[in-house]
Structure formats: structure tokens, C-alpha cells
Ligand binder design. Structure first.
Ligand code: HEC
Ligand code: HEC
Ligand code: HEC
Ligand code: HEC
Ligand code: HEC
Ligand code: HEC
Length: 391
């Protein structure tokens, strides 16, 4: 009897406890916060647990509109990328679809849908804009400059197309790097104000060395990116030899188009100017500096990179070829430490723009031309400094 009573009271306790648990779990479910709802839904969304997501929306009809609003609000906070915004909108959209399907409430969806369409439209526009400038820059060393895109638009001017090659015909790299421009895109903060004050492009584009940047008639010669007239800046066949010759005479350089076959600039198999052939055939003699009495420094040796791969030839680096054009300080120490074997160069890093990739693929011939660097078979004899091999 005693035992029976005891177990009855135990049963009652047990039932009470169960009821209590049920009660609080009910309260708990109803009291799920919007934040909790969003994080639960997101977790299930990315684990593709469709049934769990459906259950969440089924049981939380009143939370969905708030959750959707909160997610939309978040897309507008801070400096979010397209991917970040789409991540949030995709979750909101999937909630909103279920809300309409399960509860017949189409309001949240009516908010999210147009936002997604707008994001996609803007992204397409951005890509088209990027592709447009990519095309302009396909000719190696042509840079579209549009840091001041807003001001340019206001002034009704096209962005600037800076053609390295037009300048290389007359000037060695040393003329500009690093005395006028540091050898890195965007960091020189080039502006019209500085140019007109005689700095940057204005060091030359002042009406003496080259056409003036302060002359209303000439604005369009630089502000030309995206226009049909820009073709003469990426098609070397359209070169005007008389014009180049005049400019060369003006700056003290030499231009010998008579040494070209059919007057055409030599090109490599990518259609890009082959500067080594131009140099060997003495077609051009660019100047070294704008300063009188400039003391040129070159280093006359070759460095052999013994390849760590059996599949490619060794690489021969000619210090003379490079230091004829480029000043020591443009490479040392910014790009390479000047210690034999002091730089651990890998192709992977180079294709990201480090080491040889600082110039090759941007202003000098492309990496796709493997053999121009990997030119020496392992058994070839050559008079060069041999780098200690790294593994
Ligand atoms: C007439 C001046 C001038 C000459 C000559 C010149 N450059 Fe440049 N170079 C520039 C300008 C301008 C920039 C862009 C700077 C900026 O955007 O802030 C630049 C940028 C570069 C960059 C940076 C590319 C990048 O993606 O960051 C490299 C590399 C470069 N030049 C290499 C050379 C080499 C090599 C030569 C010689 C063969 C040369 N330049 C000759 C004006 C010149
Ligand atoms: C070291 C002197 C020098 C510097 C610095 C320089 N240029 Fe030039 N640039 C010239 C010379 C010389 C020409 C040949 C122009 C001529 O025929 O009058 C030229 C030609 C051009 C051309 C070709 C125009 C055409 O119609 O063929 C463009 C575009 C140009 N420069 C833009 C720029 C821009 C942009 C900058 C600055 C980022 C710049 N240049 C810096 C000297 C320079
Ligand atoms: C030698 C080339 C050259 C010539 C010629 C030239 N510009 Fe520019 N201009 C530039 C460069 C380079 C920039 C910087 C582009 C950028 O990255 O936003 C620039 C920028 C500008 C800007 C943007 C605002 C700013 O402060 O940079 C305006 C406006 C402008 N130029 C107006 C003119 C006008 C007007 C003329 C003719 C009187 C002219 N430019 C001629 C090279 C040139
Ligand atoms: C195009 C870039 C470039 C230019 C310009 C350049 N160097 Fe170098 N230099 C290199 C590379 C690459 C190495 C090899 C580094 C290694 O082995 O890791 C090197 C190595 C050296 C070394 C050690 C090997 C040797 O030759 O004794 C010295 C010293 C040196 N450079 C001095 C100079 C001087 C002085 C100048 C200017 C006259 C100059 N370099 C111009 C890229 C350059
Ligand atoms: C600062 C810019 C710069 C860097 C960095 C650079 N180069 Fe060059 N290189 C040039 C220029 C300019 C030329 C001339 C040809 C051209 O512009 O297409 C050239 C030409 C060459 C040539 C052809 C010359 C010849 O001997 O026939 C080879 C090979 C070469 N580079 C290899 C290298 C290797 C390997 C490295 C890295 C260790 C390197 N370069 C780093 C600018 C550079
Ligand atoms: C501008 C010069 C240059 C060009 C062009 C070039 N390489 Fe290299 N490559 C180098 C240098 C320098 C090294 C470093 C040498 C070493 O220590 O092994 C290297 C190393 C390598 C290595 C050794 C392993 C590694 O990843 O570093 C392989 C493999 C290689 N290159 C493949 C290629 C192929 C394939 C191409 C053409 C698509 C190519 N390279 C074009 C300069 C160049």
C-alpha cells in the first residue's frame, strides 16, 4: 500500500514535471526571437535541410516578416560587397517564398524580389563596365586611369588611357621610374591639378616636351578611354612615323622607321610589341633622363636560375638588359633583395605580380611565353652567376 502511494505520488510528480516542461517549451517556441529564428533558418538553409526550414516557417508565421525586414536592413549596413548582400537576400527570399506558400502571405516576398532583381541588374552593369576597361587594357602596358570617375563624368570627359608603349619609344623606364612615378598603379594619386602645376604627366605635357594638358584643344588626346579614336593607342599598325620622329627630335631621342620591315613594329605571337627585336635592330634610341648630366648606372652580368623543376629549362636573367632600361632602385630592394639567391621566387607568386611578375605580364612580355625566360636547357654552358639552388 505504502509502496503504491509512493509510486502514485511519483507518477503525479512526473506528470507535473512533464506538463511544466511542455508548457515552457511551448512558451519557448512562441518566444523564439527574430535573431534565433534567422540563425536557425540560415543554418538549415545552408545544410539544405528543407523540412526543418519549412517547419520553422510553419511554426513562426509572425516572425517571418520581421526576419525578412531585418535581413534587408542588414544588406544596407556597412560597406557590403555584392556577395555579402546576395547571401542575406537569398536567405530572406527563401523564407519569404515559404511564407507565401504555407501561410498565403505574399508581402515579404514582394519586398525581397525587386531587391534581388535590382542587385542582379547592377552586378551586370558593373561587369560590363569592368569588361569594357579590360578590353582597353588588353594591349600590354595600357592603363585606364579613372580615380576621379565622378569629377570626370561631371566634366563630360572620358577616363584617361595611358599608353606605356608610346612613351617607351622615346623614354627609358628610368626617365619616369621612380623620379616621376613610383612603379605601382594607383599609388601616385595622379590628378589634373598636379599635372597642370607641372608635376606627374605635366613634367612633360606642358607644351614643351609634349602637348599641353592645359590646352582645351588637347584634353581629348588623354581623356580618350572607351572612344573609337583610342584605337591608335592599342593598334601599333596605326603608328604615325612622322609624328614619332618629330617627338623624338624634340626630346633628343632617335626613331629609325626605315629599319622596320614594311614600317611595321615587330610583334610577338600575342600581337604585342617585341621590344628586344626593336632594340637589336636599333629601331629606336630612347633617352635615359630628362636631367642634363645624369649619371647612368648599369650592371653587366647574367644570373642563372637553376630550375627546381625537371620539366622546364633554366632561366637566364640579364642584368645588363634590365639595368639599361630600369634603374637599380626600381628593383632593389622594392622587388628583389640584391643578394644572389636571396629571393625565393615561385611561379605562383609571380603570376600574382611579385618578383618578375611586377613587370612581366603588365608592361613587359607575358608569362605565357614560357621559353623566353626558360630558355636554357640544363646542360647548356653559359657565362653567368649561378644562383644557389633552393628547394
Ligand atoms: C612616361 C613615363 C613612364 C615611362 C617611361 C614608363 N612608365 Fe611605367 N608607369 C608610368 C605610370 C604613369 C604608371 C602608373 C602609375 C599610377 O597609376 O599611379 C606606371 C606604372 C608602371 C608599373 C606598375 C604596373 C602595375 O600593375 O602596378 C610598372 C610595372 C611599370 N610602370 C613598368 C615600366 C617599365 C618596365 C618601363 C620601361 C620599359 C616603364 N614603366 C616606363 C609611367 C611610365
Ligand atoms: C617624360 C615625359 C612624359 C611624361 C611624364 C608623360 N608623357 Fe605622355 N607623352 C610624352 C611625349 C613626348 C609624347 C609624344 C607626344 C607628341 O607627339 O607630342 C607623349 C604622348 C602621350 C600620349 C599619346 C597621344 C597621342 O595622341 O598619340 C598620351 C595619351 C599621353 N602621352 C598621356 C600621358 C599621361 C596620361 C601621362 C601621365 C600619366 C603622361 N603622358 C606622362 C611625354 C610624356
Ligand atoms: C597628358 C594627359 C592629359 C591631358 C592632355 C589632360 N588630362 Fe585631365 N587628367 C589626366 C590624368 C592622368 C587624370 C587623372 C585621372 C584619374 O585617375 O582620375 C586627369 C584628371 C582630370 C580630371 C578629374 C579631376 C582631377 O582633379 O583629376 C579633370 C576634370 C580633367 N582631368 C580635366 C582636363 C581638361 C579640362 C583637360 C584639357 C584642358 C585635360 N584634363 C587634359 C591627364 C590629362
Ligand atoms: C629588373 C630588376 C633589376 C634591376 C633593374 C637590377 N637588378 Fe640587381 N638583381 C635582380 C635580380 C632578379 C637579382 C637576383 C636575385 C636573386 O638571386 O635572388 C639581382 C641581383 C643583384 C646582385 C647580386 C648578384 C650580383 O649581380 O652580384 C647585385 C649586387 C645587384 N643585383 C645589384 C644591382 C645594381 C647595382 C643594379 C643597377 C645597376 C641592379 N642590380 C639592377 C634584379 C634587378
Ligand atoms: C622592373 C621590371 C622588370 C622586372 C621586375 C623583370 N623584368 Fe624582365 N624585362 C623587363 C623589360 C622592360 C624587358 C624588355 C622586354 C620587354 O619589355 O618586353 C625585359 C626583358 C626580359 C627578358 C628578355 C631579355 C633577354 O635577355 O632576351 C627576359 C628573359 C626577362 N626579362 C626575364 C626576367 C626574369 C627572369 C625576371 C625575374 C627574375 C625579370 N625579367 C624581371 C622588365 C622587367
Ligand atoms: C618572366 C620570366 C618567366 C616566364 C615568362 C616564365 N617563368 Fe617559370 N620561372 C621563372 C623564374 C625566375 C623561376 C624560378 C626559378 C627557380 O628557382 O626554379 C621560375 C620557375 C618555374 C618553375 C619551377 C617551380 C615553381 O613553381 O617555381 C616552373 C615549373 C615554371 N617556372 C614553369 C613555367 C611555365 C610553364 C611558364 C609559361 C607558362 C613559365 N614558367 C614562364 C621565370 C619565368
Amino acid at each position: 500500500m505504502n509502496r503504491y502511494r509512493l509510486s502514485t505520488s511519483r507518477l503525479i510528480y512526473f506528470l507535473l514535471a512533464l506538463l511544466f516542461l511542455l508548457a515552457i517549451s511551448d512558451v519557448y517556441a512562441a518566444k523564439m526571437s527574430v535573431t534565433e529564428f534567422i540563425s536557425e533558418f540560415t543554418r538549415n538553409h545552408y545544410q539544405q535541410r528543407f523540412i526543418a526550414q519549412t517547419d520553422l516557417v510553419k511554426n513562426n508565421r509572425e516572425l517571418v516578416p520581421q526576419a525578412v525586414d531585418r535581413l534587408i536592413g542588414e544588406t544596407k549596413q556597412g560597406d557590403k560587397s555584392f556577395e555579402d548582400r546576395m547571401y542575406l537576400l537569398n536567405i530572406a527570399s527563401s523564407m519569404a517564398y515559404m511564407q507565401r506558400h504555407l501561410h498565403g502571405d505574399g508581402e515579404p516576398l514582394a519586398k525581397v524580389d525587386p531587391l534581388i532583381k535590382e542587385e542582379m541588374r547592377k552586378e551586370k552593369e558593373r561587369n560590363a563596365e569592368l569588361m569594357k576597361w579590360k578590353k582597353e587594357e588588353q594591349f600590354l602596358g595600357n592603363f585606364v586611369m579613372k580615380r576621379h570617375a565622378k569629377e570626370l563624368k561631371q566634366a563630360g570627359l572620358a577616363p584617361v588611357l595611358y599608353p606605356h608603349w608610346k612613351h617607351r619609344l622615346l623614354f627609358e623606364c628610368k626617365v619616369c621610374h621612380n623620379s616621376i612615378f613610383r612603379m605601382q598603379r594607383w599609388i601616385n594619386e595622379i590628378s589634373q591639378e598636379k599635372i597642370v602645376a607641372g608635376e606627374q604627366c605635366g613634367t612633360c605635357h606642358n607644351g614643351n616636351i609634349a602637348f599641353s594638358a592645359n590646352d582645351r584643344e588637347q584634353c581629348g588626346r588623354c581623356h580618350i578611354a572607351g572612344k573609337p579614336e583610342a584605337e591608335k593607342l592599342h593598334n601599333p599598325d596605326l603608328i604615325d612615323h612622322t609624328e614619332v620622329k618629330k617627338a623624338a627630335e624634340r626630346v633628343g631621342a632617335q626613331w629609325h622607321p626605315e629599319k622596320l620591315v614594311n614600317g611595321r613594329l615587330p610583334v610577338d605571337r600575342f600581337g604585342l610589341i617585341d621590344w628586344m627585336v626593336m632594340k637589336q635592330n636599333d629601331v629606336f634610341r630612347p633617352i635615359t633622363s630628362l636631367e642634363k648630366g645624369f649619371k647612368e648606372e648599369t650592371r653587366d652580368n647574367k644570373i642563372l636560375f637553376v630550375s627546381r623543376s625537371n620539366f622546364v629549362n633554366n632561366v637566364l636573367f640579364d642584368h645588363k638588359v634590365h639595368s639599361d632600361w630600369i634603374s637599380c632602385s626600381a628593383c632593389h630592394p622594392a622587388i628583389f633583395s640584391d643578394e644572389l639567391g636571396g629571393n625565393d621566387m615561385k611561379m605562383r607568386d609571380m603570376s600574382k605580380g611579385l618578383y618578375c611578375g611586377h613587370c612581366h605580364g603588365k608592361v613587359s612580355f607575358k608569362f605565357a611565353d614560357c621559353k623566353r625566360c626558360h630558355s636554357l636547357p640544363a646542360d647548356a654552358r653559359v657565362d653567368a652567376l649561378v644562383r644557389p639552388t633552393r628547394h
